[in-house]
Design a protein around this ligand. Structure first.
Ligand code: CO
Length: 209
């Protein structure tokens, strides 16, 4: 119970310190929800999105799941994306993976892990698509890290292929999808250079006019 009590103590301290800096802080936030970015990241506890990119409350719309997946039939992630793009009008969608991801590691082994193996099947599909390259990497840590990068790339593509993003582009809404990766070892983000901002950047079979 002490741990939970500590949470409430910390919360009161935090709220008080925000009010000390700005007495109108919560009143303003209450009537203003206008984040400019959507973050799709891994559920891993070591990646608190607001903290690692210095965003305050209200500045980041967030969706997290194991291995930062954007599955085209996942109503949860699709709903977050639709609300972020259509209602909040975010200008950037960031898919952020991380090196040393347990979900990615799991998709590289043969052991059973229960229900989550069905979710991580999506990572296994990414692995399958790059099997030759991944098999050529001897160091198991490097192999996990490379699959983490390839997975971010695949999820950026999945975000771009949705009707939500393509509809936004068609109506002239400014929207860029980015792929980033975070290293637990040094706390630093790397931009994978995957910026997608136009429908012509996606393969024709996925383009919907
Ligand atoms: Co992870």
């Amino acid at each position: 119970m002490r741990l939970l009590q500590e949470c409430f103590v910390a919360n009161r301290k935090w709220a008080a310190s925000e009010l000390r800096d700005d007495p109108e802080y919560f009143r303003r936030l209450q009537s203003l929800h206008k984040p400019e970015m959507l973050w799709i990241g891994c559920s891993d506890a070591r990646l608190p999105p607001n903290e690692i990119i210095g965003r305050r409350s209200g500045e980041l719309f967030v969706h997290r799941n194991v291995a930062n997946l954007m599955v085209h039939s996942d109503l949860n992630c699709l709903s977050v994306l639709q609300f972020a793009v259509d209602v909040l009008g975010v200008r950037h969608v960031i898919v952020c993976g991380h090196y040393g991801c347990g979900g990615i590691e799991t998709a590289l082994d043969r052991k059973p892990h229960g229900l989550i193996d069905n979710w991580l099947r999506h990572v296994r599909d990414v692995r399958m698509a790059h099997d030759d390259e991944l098999e050529g990497i001897d160091d198991p840590v490097e192999r996990v890290n490379r699959l983490s990068e390839l997975n971010v790339k695949a999820q950026v593509a999945n975000v771009c292929h949705t009707t939500i993003v393509q509809d936004a582009w068609r109506r002239g809404q400014e929207l860029t999808v980015h792929g980033w990766i975070y290293a637990l070892s040094d706390g630093l983000l790397r931009d994978l250079g995957l910026c997608v901002e136009r429908p012509e950047q996606i393969p024709p079979p996925y383009q919907i006019d």
